[in-house]
Design a protein around this ligand. Structure first.
Ligand code: IVH
Length: 712
């Protein structure tokens, strides 16, 4: 930066820097397409800061330097909105009736007849954040206010200035409409889901480190509202907020030099050009049928959006028609919100039960007063494990927020602490039982694991039931008609204990069970008979070995061909299977090393009458591809003539080598391309062998001492 001889010269420089910073902030925060590296931005920023420090008289509120660092507010002040912030009528009907009713109402109000063309609408997302009114005078942000009661809201300008997505000054240019003297932009401040998760994680760490007065947030809306109303802008600045513009408040009228918008869509496009984020999903559509299509399309993508929405909004596009339609009480006739089923609801915790899974895993489950959420009635929500349950500090009697999004299993998001009564405050925190609630065996939590497991194995009724159901499921050996109720009865009545017992069931025992007519008993026996003819992958998957899912079972069957080969394979041999890592290999070994598991397998595959007669076709083992570079560690550096870094890495890893990021004594080879740096030097100091790309390819093609590498 050159020295400035006069304030006039400094002013020009300051203006130029602000222009650039506004431009790059918009690229970065709104368009998500930065043109310059962060460090470059920082340099410009610091240059501006320095100039403003030298010439404080040139400081303005819309300077990019004013986004952060403002002083905390003593308390909030309120302001009357120049134009009231209205709410919209909400339809919660099904997609068809909601949109049709709205369209029919609009057509009636406008006295349209059937032969008239469809009404044009703008369909938008209904963002689940908080409404904000941003006032710009001569293009400069002068005030931000919350909705409040619609008439007057809280002034939160300082905090809003910290948000990168909100322009401090409207963009101008040849292709942009001139900035009106007064412009109030209305929109939603929200927090993205990933930002929310990251914020909560940071909050948890602060709490764990003993910070006082910190808390986590139950959902993005709650976190956004907290951040907006923060009295300290420095804290607000650390809460990553985003913004979508969707409408206007006060604006200089067209006859006084304001813009003359004809449609809502045109208005949104202009807001975008002035520098505001407008959701890409926003669409111009014709008539009710396209509104319905929009509602359905958004319903499908709802869960994969990076932010929460609670519905869609339909607005009449023509502003002339909007004026004609007017308002009823506090709601415009020209807009309607069409909600989706809420994904979060409040309910109370009736009990915390412990469920025992197939592998003995104990899961705390909150039993809830039934609540309709995400389109279904929920009565259970998982608390995952002891740490999670304690982190959320859920107690019996608590009022909790339950969330069910898409097909995800319902979850307790958090406790409404303000609803906690005094005696609940005295209640003990949740602790995991140290014995299995089903079989009273000891439950243990292994080092580094989050879960407690019952050690009872097949002695445990819960695990037995689950093991039988797992074996009989459609994707495993498939015993049609053997559901959880029936297994429950069979195990509880001690008729069966293990999977092989299934095949010893007789008509008599079955027909005597509750609700089991002779015909159904007959059907079950036939289904059992049919299940005896299976395939190796199904059988293997059906055994319920920990970490062995369908894909792994298939890979094992393909690789080994025969069950005996799998049962007797060494760790090293198992590790050769694509898909099998050390955890899976160890789990397989542990399973087949236990005599009682082998016994179950023998009983199942022995021919009748001694065994159950389960059969499958065995195959030949797949050709074993030797991995010649197993045990060797490579480091890649520089650019290679033909291969990309990733391709080279893939090739080496496929040959069994490990590719590390830095050179150490453990490195066997460094592969060096052009423009190498310190890694090569380090290799030379440590005396590590250095290859070029050709050398590496030669090694892959004609591996040295390949046999020596493969130890079985
Ligand atoms: S238009 C006159 N559009 O929903 C109409 N509102 O009751 C003014 N909201 O709290 C609102 N997304 O913050 C409009 N695309 C959208 C919206 C939206 C969310 C919120 C708004 C307000 C409520 C309206």
């Amino acid at each position: 930066m050159q020295a400035h001889t006069s304030p006039a010269q400094a002013a020009i420089e300051i203006e130029a820097l602000r222009e650039q910073l506004h431009h790059h902030a918009h690229r970065y925060y709104v368009l998500d397409e930065p043109q310059i590296p962060d460090a470059e931005y920082d340099k410009l920023f610091q240059a501006l800061q320095a100039l403003e420090a030298t010439y404080p008289e040139l400081l303005t509120v819309d300077s990019p330097t004013q986004r952060v660092g403002a002083k905390p507010l003593a308390s909030a002040t309120t302001v009357r909105h120049a134009a009231p912030m209205l709410s919209i009528r909400t339809e919660t009907d099904t997609e068809a009736t909601g949109a049709q009713a709205f369209d029919a109402r609009i057509r009636r109000e406008l006295s349209l007849v059937e032969t008239d063309p469809p009404v044009e609408y703008v369909a938008e997302l209904k963002f689940d954040g908080l409404a904000m009114s941003l006032r710009f005078e001569s293009g400069v942000l002068v005030q931000a206010a919350t909705r409040g009661d619609g008439e007057a809201g809280e002034v939160v300008t300082q905090n809003i200035r910290t948000m990168g997505q909100i322009p401090l000054r409207l963009k101008t240019g040849a292709d942009v409409l001139p900035v009106p003297p007064v412009l109030e932009v209305r929109g939603e401040v929200y927090m993205r889901r990933d930002h929310f998760e990251a914020l909560n994680e940071r909050q948890r760490q602060k709490i764990a480190a003993g910070a006082k007065g910190e808390r986590t947030f139950v959902n993005p809306r709650n976190a956004a509202a907290g951040a907006v109303r923060q009295l300290d802008p420095a804290i607000a600045a650390q809460r990553p907020l985003s913004f979508f513009a969707y409408g206007l408040g006060e604006i200089t009228p067209a006859d006084q030099g304001g813009p003359d918008f004809q449609t809502h869509y045109e208005l949104l496009q202009t807001l975008k050009a002035w520098g505001f984020p407008v959701a890409v999903q926003t669409q111009c559509v014709q008539g009710a049928s396209e509104l319905i299509a929009f509602h359905q399309a958004i319903a499908i993508t709802r869960d994969s959006l990076p932010f929460d929405i609670d519905g869609v909004v339909y607005k009449v596009n023509s502003l002339a028609l909007q004026r004609q339609l007017g308002f009823v009480s506090r709601e415009p006739r020209w807009a309607v919100a069409h909600k989706y089923p809420a994904q979060e609801q409040l309910t109370t915790v009736l009990a915390i039960d412990i469920q025992v899974g197939r592998t003995g895993k104990l899961t705390p489950v909150a039993k809830l007063a039934p609540v309709f959420v995400g389109g279904v009635t929920v009565t259970n929500a998982t608390l995952h494990n002891e740490d999670e349950a304690r982190r959320k500090d859920v107690r019996v009697g608590d009022t909790v927020i339950v969330r069910r999004a898409g097909d995800v299993i319902p979850e307790v998001v958090g406790v409404l602490l303000e609803k906690r009564t005094d005696d609940l405050l005295q209640a003990p925190q949740f602790t995991m039982p140290r014995i299995c609630p089903v079989c009273n065996s000891v439950a243990v939590r292994e080092e580094g694991e989050a879960d407690y497991r019952c050690t009872g194995g097949l002695f445990c009724g819960a695990q037995r039931k689950q093991a039988i159901l797992h074996f009989a499921q459609r994707r495993a050996v498939e015993v049609e008609g053997l559901g959880d109720k029936l297994v429950e009865q069979l195990v509880d009545a001690d008729i069966i204990k293990t999977v092989p017992d299934l095949y010893r069931l007789g008509l008599l025992a079955l027909a005597n069970l509750d609700r089991m007519a002779e015909k159904s008993a007959q059907n079950l026996l036939e289904a059992l008979q049919k299940s005896k003819q299976t395939t190796l992958p199904r059988f293997l998957f059906g055994l319920g070995i920990r970490h062995v899912g369908e894909a792994t079972a298939k890979a094992l069957a393909r690789h080994f061909g025969k069950l005996d080969s799998i049962m007797d394979a060494s760790m090293a041999h198992l590790l050769e299977v694509a898909d099998v890592g050390p955890i899976v290999a160890l789990s397989l070994r542990t399973f087949f090393d236990q005599a009682h598991n082998r016994e179950v397998v023998e009983q199942l595959r022995q021919p009748e009458p001694d065994g159950c007669g389960v059969t499958w076709e065995e195959g030949e083992p797949a050709l074993r591809v030797p991995k010649p570079l197993t045990g060797k560690t490579f480091v890649l550096t520089g650019t290679f003539p033909t291969l990309s870094r990733d391709q080279a890495k893939d090739l080496l890893e496929a040959a069994g080598a490990k590719v590390a990021g830095s050179v150490s004594k453990k490195t066997d080879f460094v592969v060096a391309g052009a423009e190498v740096g310190s890694k090569l030097e380090k290799a030379q100091t440590l005396g590590v062998a250095v290859l070029d790309e050709v050398g590496m390819l030669a090694m892959l093609a004609a591996p040295v001492s390949a046999t020596e590498q493969v130890t079985l």
